[in-house]
Design a protein around this ligand. Structure first.
Ligand code: DUC
Ligand code: ZN
Length: 459
């Protein structure tokens, strides 16, 4: 049976227009004013609602081993939470250990995700080593639908030095791949951590002190020079501050192609969360890079508005409070990461669009169209158009609710945005033509997500 969403306003990267949307099977069949239903069509009244393309979260870590533990959310729970929050596609980071092949990493991530994922999904591939064997595996990654990669400038288990990063980027440029990079200066951070520990300052407040914004900016600057040498476009993931943005501006002025991602935690929270006297209240916010001073929020919102930041993803990497307790005696043992997939859409609408920091079209670009283009999913995903997948978020701007961990389905016992009031609510989520979520309830009892073999960047 076809479905006709009637009376809504369709949002795209260009703007908004009143239009009905007809879904036929998994695809959008027509979009237009006053579409008529035939006998075989279910009509759904969405009067007064905005219809966004299903959100894409290009930065999740489900079922990942970190710091001697495993993320609280696996593909089952994490993707259910994503779907509830309007995210119909996630791109997670496949992460082979140093010494393992990329093929092993890809197979492992398929084992974790296939048949266990409620929304559609793809993988980026982490490159944490560089040698002839890894180089020779790259073409097959593209053949298997993995067209984007990740490198780390920090974390000993995953980081890759400047020379290897340069060579890897040269090869990716040749193959037409895109790479996201975690930018923080590992060496100086290490030194600062040792100093803090020697001084007996072992609590969570040492986390932001030892990972200052200028050491992120330094790594961004170095990465951009390496990318310049390799003549390779580059993605900076989870950028947090204005000094790092300045480095991006310089690189763009000299002609480099640089894409930037930020995350809700950097737009909406500030570093005061780390200075709570209560260990658990502070430790729950530990993530890297850390949450910054309040003034940075405004820099990031303005950069989104100008189009200098292209995507907002979550870096969803969740741990329970019991897991966060691992660092009671030593802040470096707190597993880093926050939950976010379930709340990103409503938060960006409420604190971005409703507060007039960005427009609905800009939100659509950052959550839908740009990630779809950048990561080779466009035009199947990222826009509502005849022939695209019928992934639709029906957003009711008049509703409102308070974010509470107890209402969330992610496998975590806290929410970083506890008590935040939303402007509007997700009323429905359609995944490839079927109603998957309604009024906060995930209707799919079994996972329906499909692996998305992705093409090349078209942003
Ligand atoms: N940062 C985190 O806080 N967790 C996972 C990976 C990352 O980059
Ligand atoms: Zn991450």
């Amino acid at each position: 049976m076809k479905k006709l969403l009637k009376g809504g306003t369709v949002v795209s990267g260009e703007g908004m227009k009143r239009a009905d949307v007809l879904m036929d099977g998994e695809k959008i069949a027509r979009i237009g004013r006053k579409l008529e239903a035939d006998g075989d069509t279910q009509v759904v009244d969405v009067t007064g609602c905005f219809l966004f393309p299903g959100f894409i979260d290009a930065h999740t870590h489900f079922d990942l081993d970190v710091a001697g533990t495993t993320t609280a959310d696996d593909f089952w729970t994490g993707s259910r939470a994503a779907l509830k929050g309007g995210t119909t596609t996630v791109i997670d980071f496949a992460c082979p250990n140093k010494g393992e092949t990329l093929h092993h990493g890809l197979e492992l991530w398929h084992q974790k995700a296939d048949g266990r994922t409620f929304c559609d999904y793809g993988f980026h591939m982490t490159i944490d080593d560089w040698n002839e064997s890894i180089r020779s595996e790259l073409p097959d990654m593209f053949a298997q639908g993995v067209s984007s990669f990740k490198m780390y400038m920090t974390y000993p288990a995953m980081m890759i030095g400047d020379r290897d990063m340069y060579w890897a980027l040269k090869e990716l440029r040749r193959l037409g791949g895109i790479c996201g990079v975690h930018c923080e200066n590992a060496g100086v951070i290490d030194g600062m951590i040792a100093e803090r520990k020697n001084g007996g300052k072992l609590g969570p407040s040492s986390h932001p002190v030892t990972r200052p914004p200028y050491l992120e900016a330094e790594a961004v600057s170095r990465l951009l020079r390496i990318a310049q040498a390799a003549e390779c476009p580059i993605v900076i993931v989870h950028l947090t501050n204005h000094e790092a943005l300045k480095e991006v501006e310089h690189a763009r002025k000299r002609g480099q192609i640089v894409y930037v991602e930020t995350c809700p935690q950097y737009l909406l929270l500030d570093e005061s969360v780390y200075f709570n006297e209560d260990y658990s209240s502070a430790a729950r916010y530990v993530c890297a890079p850390p949450i910054r001073k309040k003034a940075e929020q405004d820099h990031l919102w303005k950069a989104l508005r100008r189009g200098d930041i292209q995507t907002v993803s979550t870096d969803h990497c969740s741990f329970t409070l019991a897991q966060k307790d691992m660092g009671r005696e030593d802040f470096t043992k707190i597993p880093g990461g926050l939950p976010g997939v379930e709340t990103r859409g409503e938060l960006i609408y409420s604190y971005g669009v409703a507060k007039r920091r960005i427009t609905a079209a800009q939100m659509c670009r950052c959550l839908c169209e740009n990630p779809a283009r950048l990561y080779g999913l466009y035009p199947r995903k990222g826009l509502l158009r005849r022939g695209s997948d019928a992934d639709i978020v029906v957003y009711d701007p008049k509703a409102s609710h308070v974010i509470r961990a107890e209402d969330c389905v992610a496998n975590v016992d806290y929410n970083p945005y506890e008590g935040f009031v939303t402007a509007g609510s997700i009323r429905q989520v359609w995944l490839r033509g079927h109603l998957a979520v309604e009024n906060g309830q995930v209707l799919d009892e079994a996972p329906q997500g499909k692996f998305m073999a992705r093409g090349k960047n078209s942003l």
